[in-house]
Design a protein around this ligand. Structure first.
Ligand SMILES: C[S@@+](CC[C@H](N)C(=O)[O-])C[C@H]1O[C@@H](n2cnc3c(N)ncnc32)[C@H](O)[C@@H]1O
Length: 324
């Protein structure tokens, strides 16, 4: 344990600081270009903010994907004639699994993985009462690390909705898909929700809603550091800033310091200049042919593609390559 953590814990026994969160925060905020990983948005509070974002009219990915899913689920149901185990990566509030359960009659097991453990457990309790015949085994885990799955006699279907894959850089997305291919096995399929390229105006509005919910979601990462590391960050001294970077094909979300300031995280002072930013999230948008190219070097082939009205969103069914 680091000296700072040990001292803090002696000062206040009620503080339990997650070591890897602490190390990531300090290394992210002390580099020349300040960053925080988007996975740290999601504690109990952040997961609730994300649910609120999904209710916003401007945030088209949620509703568009939800409309596409019953069609995709119907189209793929016949592939699964043997018992199926579905593994969902970044499962959140479990609102998108229902169309798959409704159409794929052979689902016997469901393994939702999420970093926001308490939120996931509550969502699982509801799902169990709706689908008592499916064995639901929640995994509170980081999906970027290898996940142990129980032995299952049947087929595996990976499920990765929400365009969460866009939060990876293309190289990270490729590494993730390769690792998911190894986890799910050579007979597996994977259904992935991928956001498409579109006009900067539509994209801008989706990440800059008029009610300021996305701004609260973004700033929660600072509040979370305050809560979990007894830090003294004044979130009102940071602006939510999100824009579409056309050259890179991605939305970037930042928190920009409104003034020269210093923050204290467990005794470590971190300085900010006026206008200096913390880059908190990327959300890459893919043309269907670009995502197809990425997939084919990552252990999978594209089996089917669905496009939403006006090409607002896409879903890809991937089939595992036998040899990787
Ligand atoms: C964009 S939300 C999507 C939620 C849901 N799948 C949907 O489509 O509405 C991303 C989800 O992935 C989870 N998540 C983000 N990074 C993660 C990680 N590294 N490991 C596990 N879960 C993660 C978050 O807690 C959140 O529930």
């Amino acid at each position: 344990m680091s000296q700072a953590l040990a001292t803090k814990q002696e000062e206040n026994d009620s503080y339990e600081v997650d070591q890897s969160f602490y190390e990531d925060v300090i290394s992210g905020l002390t580099g020349t270009y300040k960053t925080l990983s988007p996975k740290y948005f999601y504690d109990e509070v952040g997961s609730r903010f994300f649910d609120e974002i999904c209710e916003l009219e401007e945030y088209y990915p949620y509703q568009t994907e939800l409309k596409l899913l019953p069609r995709a689920a119907k189209d793929i149901a016949d592939i699964f004639l043997k018992p199926v185990s579905i593994v969902e990566f970044g499962a959140g509030s479990l609102l998108k699994i229902r169309p798959l359960f409704d159409e794929i009659k052979q689902v016997r097991e469901f393994i939702p993985i999420d970093i926001s453990g308490e939120h996931l457990n509550q969502a699982c309790d509801e799902l169990r009462s709706e689908f008592p015949n499916i064995n639901i085994q929640a995994r509170h885990a980081d999906f970027c690390r290898p996940v142990d799955l129980p032995v299952f006699r049947g087929q595996r279907l990976g499920f990765f909705p929400g365009s969460t894959i866009g939060n990876f850089t293309p190289d990270q997305a490729s590494d993730f898909l390769l690792s998911a291919r190894k986890t799910l096995g050579k007979d597996a399929f994977m259904l992935v929700g991928v956001d498409t390229k579109k006009t900067p105006e539509l994209l801008h509005n989706a990440y800059n809603d008029t009610q300021g919910v996305t701004a609260k979601f973004n700033k929660n990462i600072l509040d979370r550091i305050n809560r979990e590391m007894n830090a003294d960050i004044e979130t009102k001294n940071f602006d939510h800033y999100a824009f579409y970077n056309t050259a890179k094909g991605r939305i970037e979300m930042h928190l920009v310091s409104k003034k020269k300031q210093s923050i204290d995280i467990l005794g470590k002072q971190i300085e900010f200049k006026t206008g200096e930013s913390i880059h908190t999230e990327c959300s890459y948008k893919y043309a269907p042919e670009d995502f197809t190219a990425l997939v084919s070097t990552s252990g999978w082939n594209v089996d089917q593609v669905w496009l939403a009205d006006k090409d607002m969103f896409s879903m890809f069914l991937l089939r595992a390559k036998a040899v990787i």
